[in-house]
Design a protein around this ligand. Structure first.
Ligand SMILES: [Zn+2]
Ligand SMILES: [Zn+2]
Length: 144
């Protein structure tokens, strides 16, 4: 893939954080497998019909206020979801079968990057009927 100006800018770093500002972070590098998810957990935790995720290498994510999200275990030993304990904003996810740290794209200050556009939607069977689903533009979809 050629490096577009968008993606070059993204590689230099993006900022994000929770609504109250207690937790701030930077991410570097191109987003991996941006997608939406309409699973039951994303609906309960996210407060909407789906959440919007993108992966970043864990070493490229920095919690810049020195405060990490509070981690809630959704599946023991498999998945954790990170949120701000003060304002409740959803920020991140750790999944044992995915090498990247999942970042909630809406936690970023600028969500306009070309590499953030969802390429697929997970858990289509759990999606609400009244909202169009994200088309699958991947050749071979990862599980999840
Ligand atoms: Zn907060
Ligand atoms: Zn989900």
């Amino acid at each position: 893939m050629n490096a577009t100006p968008d993606i070059v800018a993204a590689a230099q770093g993006r900022t994000g954080g929770c609504l109250c500002g207690k937790i701030r972070f930077t991410v570097k590098g191109e987003a991996v497998y941006p997608h939406t998810c309409s699973c039951k957990h994303c609906k309960k935790l996210g407060g909407g019909p789906m959440m919007w995720w993108a992966g970043f290498a864990p070493e490229n994510v920095t919690w810049t206020n020195g405060v990490e999200p509070t981690w809630y275990t959704t599946f023991e030993g498999e998945a954790q979801r990170g949120f701000c304990p003060d304002c409740g904003s959803r920020l991140a996810a750790i999944d044992s079968d995915v090498p990247e740290l999942g970042i909630v794209v809406t936690a970023l200050d600028d969500t306009s990057g070309a590499d953030l556009v969802p390429v697929n939607q997970s858990f289509r069977d759990d999606a609400v009927a009244w909202l169009d689903q994200v088309p699958d533009t991947t050749e071979k979809s990862p599980v999840g």
